[in-house]
Write a protein that binds this ligand. Sequence first.
Ligand code: ADP
Ligand code: MG
Length: 685
Amino acid sequence: MNTASPMTALKGIGEKTAALFHRVGVDTVGELLSYYPRTYDVYEKPVTFANLETDRVQAVTGFIHRAPDGRKAGRYHITTVSLEEFGMHLQLSWFNMPFLRNSLLPGCTYIFRGRVQKKKGRITMEQPEIYAPEDYEKLLDTMQPIYGLTGGLSNKTVTKAVRQAFDQLDLDTEYLPEHIRNEQKLAEYNFALRAIHFPVKREDLLLARKRLVFDEFFLFILALRQMKEQTEDTVNECVIHPGVAVKQLLSSLPYELTGAQKRVWNEIQADLMGETVMNRLVQGDVGSGKTVIALLALLSAVESGWQGALMAPTEVLARQHAESIRELLFGLSMDTGVELLTGSMTAKEKREAYARIESGEAQIIIGTHALIQEKVNFAHLGLVVTDEQHRFGVRQRETLAGKGLHPHVLVMSATPIPRTLAIIIYGDLDISVIDELPANRLPIKNCVVDESYRPKAYRFIEREVAAGRQVYIICPMVEENPEIEIENVVDYTEKLQKKLASGITIEYLHGKMKAADKNDIMERFAAGEIQVLVSTTVIEVGVNVPNATVMMVENAERFGLAQLHQLRGRVGRGKHQSYCIFVSGSDSKDTKKRLEILNKSNDGFYIASEDLKLRGPGDLFGIRQSGILEFKIGDIFTDALILQAASEEAAKIEKLDPELKLEEHQGLREKLLEYRLAGMARMSL
Ligand code: ADP
Ligand code: MG
């Protein structure tokens, strides 16, 4: 067995389980080893009822007085047990586990472990784990990996598979040159890999993580630098001059560009006409007006005889871009062929779209990443814009270059990254910043409240809807179990329908819905047919409905602040006053303090860094600041120092041995090649 072996090479894993692993992106044993735990469970000593704290996972010792109760509630069967200790009560409940009535025996003592919650004044645990005291004893103080899962794939299955892989695999040898490991005090690779899955103690875990984060950044930066060598002197074959249509578009806009937009547009124009190909990152906070900048560049390309492509991370966003771009172009004297290309189109529709792209009839092509798949042949691609994708880089560019294309590249991002960091990450990109919001915006009003405020919030929502506005409600994410997350959204919507005045149209949206259904909901929301949209964070990026003025986030404490800031960016995009209601399900003071940071600032990076300060560097495995920067384990905020170190080492290598010819760099050379190939493979899936 080697790292390239398929998952079925592992004992006990057949086609069916392999298919589940495929859903989380694991097809080979090597990929399994780099499927790092999402977090770890530490089995702490059971606490007394008096020491229970809401919103923490804790264990208690419980004596069963009488057989559990079972009842039906809607679609569920609910089993409950009421525990008592010195006059204090704790209510336990389980969904759809009726057999517990017979397995929790009166007169016996068990350890129950789960998240402590307060519901209607009662202290509760939902779905607590159940252990015999002697079994719990064995787990005490150990750290158990928790993996990202999907329906049907249990944490146990993943854990067992990883263990087996370690037992049977000849691991790769260390590839990082010794001088780097010494300089940066990095753990040995195989030690790190094992310890990240099965840490024996916390210190090992921190060492392991540091090493793997370093590797991730280091390889990424090295690959970027190699790319840079290839693109730096790429002659601008696609000279683009904005012409009449661009002038016309500018004068037909319902607003004037802000100073910052004008400046950035000038920088882009200079690139498009320049000697070498453009590689530019446009950073601008949510709502700063990046879309129109993209359109100006795309239209210029078309006017100069080139095709322009705009890539969005989701189909919903791609559609929305297509619509607003068609709208903005409507009425210009030049007719522009705008083509929308998405994964949910039928095979026939796709074929026809491919044909129009190949003939050049399609001039502005908008779509998800399906766009740059093998099948698309552009007639004369001159510009690629990627929106809200935070790591357009090595992979996509290599795919394009592989087709002999050297288009201009414009990357647009709302992720708040300070310039110094951005230069490290994006290395070879020039950076423009839109640091000004359109003047007609009123600052968003924020409040952090507890759950008892909900009825008031609902009355407020009704008033806003009566005034013609629209509302987003974000339900808590349940990373460990996407099925529960969906249930939450559906249940919440059902309950909300009873709580809000009739006549208000409420719909829900979640990531597992069919693309066509998502599109339909988003389109109806954008058209004002839906007033309240209950959603998971799938609406996080890019969606623009200026008439939406209220964003209510349930269980706000479970989100990283940078992510809440992104979510908040969905409102405050029009001329109406907008509001954010962060509902905290936790009564802890720290949580409140953390969320209050959102009140103080509208600067995404400031928010992220304050969040980190409060939670401290030890809290590396809690909430990720931003799921949108696609590093597997590194987080550019939390790991800014490691990122810096990786960047410095990459610079040294580049000076010392740019082509990695030295004997001591052979391992690294191979690893880097593998890294780039893996990137290519993923692109062509
Ligand atoms: P983002 O930067 O988050 O992608 P968008 O490009 O979606 O933001 O723009 C947000 C909203 O602001 C859109 O409704 C757009 O029409 C509007 N807008 C863009 N530029 C300006 C401007 N200069 N003045 C007023 N409104 C603007
Ligand atoms: Mg946008």
